[in-house]
Design a protein around this ligand. Structure first.
Ligand code: G3P
Length: 218
């Protein structure tokens, strides 16, 4: 499973990159606005940390021509830039053009299985359903993702699901059991994935026992 950090926080990105578990960084217009900085500076800083890992940002234009204009600006920022397009008819048009030009695309704000089917047919590399936002309106985000994954599997589309708006480690594990190709979530949730109280307790016990033996590994 590919793991993306959904953040503008360059320090957190550096830490995750150094762990060696990061496949890329996703942003959205809200994330970039919340950084309080110029979007190009933030994206360039992230690109300089993650090298050839994927860097993803979203266009805000509503028509295909405008989306293409913005995509042309964005994709110059990083070696491996992935353009996020909203799943609208204009977004689907832009998706096909960007794919024909060799640029990777995420069909984002993709909230229903039927939208996912259309994005897969248009050749999107990734489809981004928002698990937490679906849960927040009383839908079952994980069930929606499961239906999307079944569509992709049944018709053997190359598209991967990039599950987004993930609010817990349990969500991540549920998504792995569905065979979802990628997730994006906050650095906090990613770092929580390696935490376990018994791991810490065992390490402390080993240290105490080893210290009592008076030995040094050298
Ligand atoms: O970038 C899209 C998605 O990750 C948003 O997540 O937490 O704002 O619902 P959230």
């Amino acid at each position: 499973m590919e793991i993306f950090a959904d953040t503008y926080d360059v320090e957190a990105i550096k830490e995750l990159y150094d762990f060696g578990i990061l496949d890329g960084v996703t942003t959205n217009p809200t994330i970039l606005a919340n950084s309080g900085r110029n979007y190009k500076e933030v994206l360039s800083d992230i690109a300089s940390i993650i090298g050839d890992k994927m860097l993803c940002a979203q266009v805000v234009a509503k028509d295909c021509a405008g989306m293409m204009r913005e995509a042309n600006v964005l994709r110059k920022i990083a070696k491996n830039f992935v353009v996020k397009l909203p799943i609208t008819p204009e977004g689907l048009k832009a998706c096909q053009i960007l794919k024909s030009e060799g640029t990777k695309v995420i069909a984002t704000v993709c909230l229903s299985p039927s939208q996912a089917l259309l994005a897969a047919k248009c050749g999107a590399d990734y489809i981004a359903p928002y698990v937490g936002r679906l849960n927040n309106i009383g839908a079952n985000g994980l069930d929606v993702v499961s239906s999307m994954q079944a569509i992709i599997d049944n018709y053997e589309y190359d598209t991967k699901i990039l599950a987004a708006s993930i609010k817990s480690v349990n969500d991540v594990i549920e998504l792995t059991t569905m065979g979802v190709g990628a997730i994006t979530t906050t650095p906090d949730i990613i770092t929580s994935m390696y935490m376990h109280p018994l791991t810490n307790k065992s390490i402390v016990m080993f240290d105490e026992d080893w210290a009592k033996s008076g030995q040094v590994i050298e």
